[in-house]
Design a protein around this ligand. Structure first.
Ligand SMILES: [Fe+2]
Length: 345
């Protein structure tokens, strides 16, 4: 792979940005590794960029691109969810037709697990975060539900709860939600209320199952009682809320946010392994880590040394430290503790 400068007219959707693009004020416009779509290319044109540095793949590079049909349906889901959130923000009832449309298109992708994993890893623009995060969590909930053996009906409820888990953020002031600096204790208390706001929005909707509304209310509760809004513990926490918690943490940490850069999936696996102790449902965490990691085998990644490696084998007991290959050398990351996977390419 090499990095090349291309005039903006020659840049096509699907190409990957090789270097983070900053504006004159030092804010990230598009971060390194982002796969460009039409919307982002238009944005660069509007901002008067004339050329950008993109990654050119060599012929031997294994393609990690997401299928066109998946991309189309994903973008449609994100746009549809945007309008659901807008309705909630202005106090309108939730349009259940739109919710069903997104839920059904998520469930229809059940057999495209590899695309889902890649998509969640790749489409990460900070400005679209609120919308993409909710669609990503619903996709992850679908995978988790499948791996946990959920029936079709339960799976649909779980995907719906995953999609709507942060709907209450529509009622939190935008300045607080998108604040780039540290929140004050009062602002943090306000953010925490999105769980209760979400529950209130959903309890009015008689087409929404009560279990879904409860899951939305409890998705920040933790098994040891350290969560919010009520500090409920282990069995008191709704089962779907425990699944959403894992999906939510994974997607939030692998995304670029206004206040921090994204982490690599392997770094997040490590954080989840640690966080899992006492806080997350162990059965959900195990189902998640042991299944999702397999989709990264054969992928190329960048190490903290700058070298490119291939992920060769993932030990189910130590998912965050796989065996990698650099040139012809095999390296076990459980042994080479100073090496770190920075990002999947
Ligand atoms: Fe949340």
């Amino acid at each position: 792979m090499s990095k090349i400068f291309l005039p903006l007219e020659e840049v096509k959707p699907g190409m990957r940005i090789a270097e983070t693009i900053m504006n004159d004020y030092g804010s990230v416009v598009i971060s390194e590794g982002t796969i460009l779509d039409d919307h982002m290319i238009k944005k660069l044109v509007n901002l008067n960029y004339t050329k950008v540095r993109v990654i050119e793949k060599d012929k031997n590079f294994v393609s990690s691109e997401i299928s066109e049909s998946f991309n189309v349906s994903y973008n449609a889901s994100v746009n549809c969810f945007k309008s659901i959130l807008y309705d909630a923000a202005v106090g309108k009832n939730i349009n259940m037709e739109k919710v069903d449309k997104v839920v059904m298109s998520v469930v229809a992708r059940l057999d495209e697990k590899r695309d889902i994993v890649r998509c969640i890893n790749q489409i990460k623009s900070a400005d679209q975060y609120t919308y993409t995060h909710c669609v990503n969590v619903s996709l992850l909930c679908m995978l988790l539900g499948k791996w946990l053996g959920y029936s079709k009906d339960s799976l649909i409820k779980l995907v719906q709860a995953g999609l709507l888990h942060d709907i209450g953020k529509a009622k939190v002031p935008k300045e607080i939600l998108n604040k780039p600096s540290k929140l004050t204790p009062e602002e943090y208390e306000e953010i925490k209320k999105h769980t209760v706001y979400g529950y209130r929005i959903l309890e009015k909707e008689h087409e929404i199952d009560r279990d879904v509304a409860i899951a939305v209310l409890m998705h920040h509760e933790r098994m040891d009682g350290s969560g919010y809004p009520t500090g409920a513990k282990s069995d008191q926490i709704n089962m779907m809320a425990r699944v959403i918690a894992v999906a939510d943490i994974y997607d939030a940490m692998t995304s670029n946010r206004v206040y921090r850069e994204k982490e690599s999936p392997f770094e997040v696996f490590h954080i989840i392994e640690e966080e899992a102790v006492g806080k997350l449902d162990v059965r959900v965490v195990n189902a998640f880590l042991s299944n999702i990691a397999a989709y990264y085998i054969g992928d190329f990644a960048k190490l903290n040394t700058g070298e490119i490696c291939e992920i060769v084998y993932i030990n189910p007991r130590y998912v965050s430290r796989p065996i990698i290959r650099v040139d012809d050398q095999y390296i076990d990351l459980t042994v080479e503790k100073d090496l770190k996977i920075l990002e999947i390419l």
